[in-house]
Design a protein around this ligand. Structure first.
Ligand code: ATP
Ligand code: MG
Length: 684
C-alpha cells in the first residue's frame, strides 16, 4: 500500500487530503466525495508518519462512523498503526473523555448513560402535570445551549418557565445522586470540564493534533465550542459539510457554524468540490431542481459525472398495503436478479411508516434491518436485562435496582421501594448496599419481615453472580438465567415468544461480544450498547429501512422513498420548517446511486384513523410530475401584481425572478418587504 491511493481522487480532493496544518473547510454538495476526501486524508497523514493516535475523526451516527472506518482502514498500511486512530461519533468521544476525566467534576467514572425513555420516566416522576415530551425537549435545548440550572431559573418569567426550571433542577440533582448522565451530558460535561481547566484543554489538544469532522453542517453551538477547546493549541481542524443537507435545525444545529467557519478560524483554506460521483445525472437533476426552491442557501454548483441513467420511478397506490406490495415485488425481483440486499434501502420521513413496511416484509420473508427509529435496546425486556447487568457491575445504581427488583415478580411493591429509597437518600447508602449491610432486624423495621427475606435473597444472588463473572463471563451468562428464570418468566405472556426471541438475540450478541473482545468486561459492553442506536449488528444480509435522518452520509444502489404526501413529507405545521423539509428531500434523493423510486398513496392509516392524502409538493418541485395547478397559476407573476399571503395578508409584487419551477418574489406588504416563493401566495 502506498500513497497511490491519492490517484483515485480528483485534483481538489487531492489538494484537500494532502493539507496538513491549519484549518480546512470543504463545503460541497451531496456525493461530491467529502467523506472520501477526509478518510483519504486520514490515511495520508498516517502514511507520512504522523502518529495515528494523534488524529481524531468525528461524525454523527454509528453507522457513518463504521463506514468511514472501513473506507479509511482499507487505505492504511497496517504496519503503521500501533494505536488505531480514533474515529467515532461525538457522543462516543464524549463517553471516552468522561471515563478519563469525570473526576474533574468530582464525580466517579462509573456513571451510567440513560436513554430518552429513562429520561422520560425520571421527569414524569418529578412532575406529573407537565407534558413530559415538552420538558424532555426543553432540558435538551438548555444543555445544548450551555444553560445551567441557575441560568434557567434566573431567566424564568412565566409560571410555566418556573415550573420547567424547577424540574430541570430536580432532574439534575437526581442524575447527580444516581451518577447518571443523559445523551446531552456526553457533550456538555466534557465541554464544562475543558472550560474550567485551560491546562487540561491544552493537554487534550496536544493529544489530538489533527481533528476532522464530517457533516459539520449539523453541529450545534455546544459541539462548536467543544471543538474549539479540543483544537485550542493548534487549530488543525478540518471540517466538511453541505449547507443543503442541514437537517437537525429542530435540535439546535446551526448552519452558521459552517457558514462562518472562515470567521471563526484564521487562515482557513477553503476547498470546493463540484462533481457528484454518486448518482446518475437523472437523479441528480431532480435533486437539484428540488433544492433550488430553497431561498436560504449558498447555491453551489454540482455536476454529474456518471451517466444519464433510468428515469426516477414514481409509484401511486391506493393505500400503504398496496405501496408495500409494490416494494416487496420490486425488491424481490432485484434480489432474484442477483443484487445484494445491502445495496437496497427504503427511506421514510416519519418513523411510524415503518410499521406497515415491516409487516409486509416479514410476511414476504425478506430480511430487513431497521436502522435508528425503534431501537432494539429500548424494548422493555432488553432494558430489564441491561438493568440487571448494570446492577451487577455497579451496586450504586439505584435507578436500575428499582427497575428490576420486581422483575420477574417477587412481591416487592412501590411502597417498599419508596421506603428503601427514602432510607438510601437519608443515609447516602445505595439501596443495594443498604440491604446487604443492614441486619435483618434493622431491615424488618423498614420493609417488614417478608420483604426483608425476599430482598436479602435477591441481593445475595446478585453478589454471587458478580463473583462468577469475575471468573468467567460466559459461565456468568449461564448462571444468570439459572438464578433468575428471567427468560422463562415470559413463558405464558402475550407476545412472550417475540420477547424471548429478543432475549435470545441479545444473549447471542453479548456472548459473541465477549468472544471477540476477551479483554473487555461487562461494563465495557454496557457502555458500548448505550451508544448504539441500531440493531444492524444483529443481522447480516438484509435490506435497510430507516428514517431520512438516519440515512445521512450513506449511499445505496437502489433506493426507495415512501410517503411522499403532504403532511408526511413534507411534514407541515407544528414547528416544521419547509426549507428543512426540502433539505431532507434533497438528502433522500441524493442517497440513490443508480435507481430511485418514490412512492405516494391516496390514504394512510395513521394515529388510529384512515386519512386521505394528496401527493407531496416535492414531486412537482423536483420536476417529476407536471406542476400542480397552483404552480402553473403562479407562473405568470409580474411586478405590480396584487397577491395574498396566509400570514402577511395582501401585498404588491415589486420584483420577481425564476427559482426552479416557480418564482422568487419580493413583495411589499404594507411597507415591509419580504422575499417569498410564488407558491406561498395567491394572485388577487
Ligand atoms: P454526502 O454529502 O452524501 O455525505 P459525500 O460528499 O461525503 O456525500 P462520498 O460519500 O465521499 O460523498 O462520495 C460519494 C461517492 O462517490 C462514493 O461512492 C465515493 O467512493 C465516490 N467518489 C468520490 N470521489 C470520487 C472520485 N474522485 N472518483 C470516483 N469516485 C469518487
Ligand atoms: Mg459524506
Amino acid at each position: 500500500m502506498s500513497e497511490n491511493f491519492l490517484s483515485t481522487l480528483n485534483e481538489s480532493q487531492q489538494k484537500a487530503s494532502q493539507h496538513i496544518d491549519g484549518p480546512l473547510l470543504i463545503l460541497a454538495g451531496a456525493g461530491s466525495g467529502k467523506t472520501k476526501t477526509i478518510t483519504t486524508r486520514l490515511a495520508y497523514l498516517i502514511s507520512i508518519g504522523i502518529d495515528p493516535a494523534s488524529i481524531l475523526t468525528l461524525t454523527f451516527t454509528n453507522k457513518a462512523a463504521a463506514e468511514m472506518r472501513e473506507r479509511a482502514f482499507k487505505l492504511i498500511n497496517p504496519n503503521l498503526i500501533n494505536t488505531p486512530p480514533l474515529l467515532c461519533t461525538f457522543h462516543k468521544f464524549g463517553l471516552l473523555f468522561l471515563k478519563m476525566h469525570m473526576h474533574e467534576l468530582n464525580r466517579k467514572n462509573n456513571f451510567i448513560i440513560i436513554d430518552t425513555d429513562d429520561k422520560k420516566r425520571i421527569i414524569k416522576n418529578i412532575d406529573k402535570d407537565l407534558t413530559t415530551a415538552l420538558v424532555v425537549n426543553e432540558i435538551s435545548k438548555f444543555k445544548n445551549n450551555i444553560f445551567s440550572v441557575e441560568d434557567i431559573k434566573d431567566a424564568a418569567q412565566s409560571k410555566l418557565d418556573k415550573q420547567i426550571a424547577d424540574v430541570y433542577e430536580k432532574y439534575e440533582i437526581y442524575l447527580l445522586k444516581n451518577n447518571l448522565v443523559d445523551f446531552d451530558d456526553l457533550l456538555l460535561l466534557p465541554y464544562l470540564i475543558l472550560k474550567q481547566n485551560d491546562e487540561l484543554s491544552k493537554v487534550i489538544s496536544q493529544k489530538y493534533l489533527y481533528i476532522m469532522v464530517d457533516e459539520y453542517q449539523d453541529t450545534n453551538e455546544l459541539q462548536y465550542k467543544l471543538l474549539q477547546k479540543l483544537c485550542c493549541s493548534h487549530n488543525n481542524l478540518c471540517v466538511v459539510g453541505d449547507d443543503d443537507q442541514s437537517i437537525y435545525g429542530w435540535r439546535g444545529a446551526t448552519i452558521k457554524n459552517i457558514l462562518n467557519f472562515t470567521e471563526h478560524y484564521e487562515n482557513v483554506v477553503v476547498v470546493k468540490l463540484e462533481e457528484n460521483y454518486r448518482s446518475t445525472d437523472t437523479i441528480l437533476d431532480h435533486a437539484n431542481q428540488l433544492i433550488e426552491h430553497n431561498r436560504d442557501r449558498l447555491g453551489k454548483s454540482l455536476r454529474g459525472t456518471r451517466f444519464k441513467g433510468d428515469s426516477v420511478k414514481l409509484y401511486e397506490s391506493h393505500d400503504e398495503n398496496e405501496e408495500t406490495r409494490k416494494l416487496v415485488n420490486d425488491i424481490r425481483k432485484l434480489l432474484i436478479a442477483g443484487e445484494s440486499a445491502s445495496d437496497i434501502a427504503i427511506l421514510f420521513r416519519v418513523n411510524a411508516l415503518s410499521r406497515s413496511l415491516e409487516e409486509g416484509f416479514n410476511k414476504a420473508g425478506i430480511p430487513y434491518k431497521l436502522i435508528g427509529g425503534m431501537k432494539f435496546y429500548e424494548r422493555a425486556e432488553i432494558k430489564d436485562l441491561i438493568a440487571y447487568f448494570r446492577i451487577i457491575t455497579n451496586p450504586n445504581d439505584n435507578f436500575s435496582f428499582k427497575r428490576i427488583v420486581n422483575k420477574p415478580k417477587r412481591g416487592i411493591g412501590k411502597t417498599t421501594l419508596d421506603k428503601l429509597e427514602a432510607k438510601s437518600i437519608e443515609t447516602k447508602i445505595p439501596i443495594f448496599n443498604l440491604i446487604e449491610s443492614y441486619e435483618d432486624d434493622e431491615l424488618i423495621t423498614i420493609v417488614g419481615k417478608k420483604n426483608t427475606k425476599t430482598l436479602k435473597t435477591f441481593v445475595e444472588s446478585i453478589s454471587k453472580l458478580r463473583d462468577v463473572m469475575e471468573d468467567s463471563k460466559i459461565v456468568f451468562l449461564d448462571a444468570f438465567e439459572d438464578t433468575f428464570d428471567y427468560r422463562s418468566s415470559y413463558d405464558s405472556v402475550p407476545d412472550g415468544e417475540d420477547r424471548k426471541a429478543n432475549i435470545d438475540e441479545f444473549s447471542g450478541y453479548i456472548r459473541d461480544y465477549f468472544k471477540q473482545n476477551p479483554h473487555l468486561n461487562l461494563e465495557d459492553f454496557l457502555n458500548e450498547i448505550s451508544l448504539e442506536s441500531e440493531q444492524d449488528k444483529m443481522f447480516n444480509e438484509s435490506i435497510s429501512m430507516m428514517s431520512i435522518h438516519a440515512s445521512k452520509g450513506l449511499e445505496y444502489k437502489h433506493l426507495f422513498c415512501i410517503g411522499l404526501e403532504e403532511g408526511f413529507f413534507p411534514i407541515i405545521g407544528d414547528g416544521s420548517n419547509i426549507e428543512e423539509e426540502r433539505r431532507l428531500g434533497y438528502v433522500a434523493f441524493t442517497r440513490a446511486m443508480d435507481n430511485l423510486t418514490l412512492s405516494f398513496v391516496h390514504s394512510r392509516f395513521y394515529k388510529g384513523k384512515r386519512t386521505s392524502l394528496t401527493k407531496s409538493r416535492f414531486l412537482s418541485e423536483s420536476g417529476l410530475i407536471k406542476g400542480s395547478l397552483k404552480i402553473e397559476r403562479t407562473s405568470a407573476f409580474r411586478n405590480g401584481d396584487v397577491v395574498v399571503h396566509k400570514i402577511f395578508g395582501m401585498g404588491r409584487v415589486e420584483k420577481s425572478s425564476r427559482a426552479g419551477k416557480e418564482y422568487k418574489l419580493t413583495i411589499n406588504f404594507g411597507g415591509s418587504k419580504r422575499d417569498i416563493l410564488s407558491s406561498f401566495v395567491e394572485k388577487k
